[in-house]
Design a protein. Structure first.
Length: 227
């Protein structure tokens, strides 16, 4: 993160201690965008469930500003809307902050408590969703592999059961774990029938647990000729 100039630091301090609204004056390239970024960053530090609306004066500036904000806050936390988008794209952008996968709710507030109650009340409909059906199919496929392995290699079946610990958490954490789990399940097809299949799967599982990105897993698979 770049160091603020004296003018930027002064403006940021004023914005953080005085009631608004404010007009930030400066020539093009003087560093106003960085002040905006810091303001949003400080607001999110105070309230992780907060949202910021940034209005862009010209549509041709959107890509540049979108890149700046995405680099600072992540693609999952930034959405853009403009007249050049199709209705479907604008609807998706409008829904994005309302369906933020990483939203943190302040449960001690009335608003946060109501949000949690609404989410909890939706559990009765979850089993009718496509996502639940996909998750159940995914689990059934895993259990089928375990049953098939148990017929000829009990140790491999046990290792298959242990692989499920890769899938945990929510959102990106869940997605990354599922991705590594699926890679292990694909590798099992190549290991079937080998006398050391269980030992190799254990090595792969240990590697998969070392890092969320799966780099250690990729290295181990290459060593075992499974890449």
């Amino acid at each position: 993160m770049q160091e603020l100039t004296p003018d930027q630091a002064s403006a940021l301090a004023e914005l953080g201690t005085q009631p608004g609204p404010f007009l930030l004056f400066g020539a093009t390239g003087s560093g106003k965008t960085e002040v905006y970024l810091r303001c949003v960053q400080e607001m999110l530090m105070r309230d992780p469930s907060a949202q910021a609306l940034v209005m862009v004066p010209e549509i041709n500036l959107t890509p540049m500003l979108l890149e700046r904000f995405t680099a600072r806050f992540g693609a999952d936390h930034v959405a853009a809307m403009h007249s050049g988008m199709t209705p479907a794209q604008r609807l998706k952008a409008w829904l994005a902050p309302r369906l933020d996968r990483s939203r943190r709710i302040q449960s001690q507030s009335l608003r946060g408590h109501v949000q949690l109650r609404l989410v909890a009340g939706m559990r009765r409909w979850r089993r009718s969703t496509r996502r639940h059906a996909h998750e159940m199919a995914h689990m059934q496929a895993w259990l089928y592999k375990v049953e098939q392995a148990l017929k000829s290699d009990a140790r491999l079946a046990v290792e298959l059961l242990r692989c499920r610990r890769l899938i945990k958490g929510y959102s990106d954490t869940h997605a990354r774990g599922t991705s590594r789990f699926d890679r292990l399940m694909a590798a099992v097809e190549s290991l079937h029938g080998q006398s050391d299949a269980a030992a190799k799967l254990e090595q792969l599982r240990t590697a998969a647990l070392k890092d969320a990105e799966g780099r250690a897993l990729s290295e181990r698979m290459a060593q075992l000729g499974l890449a």
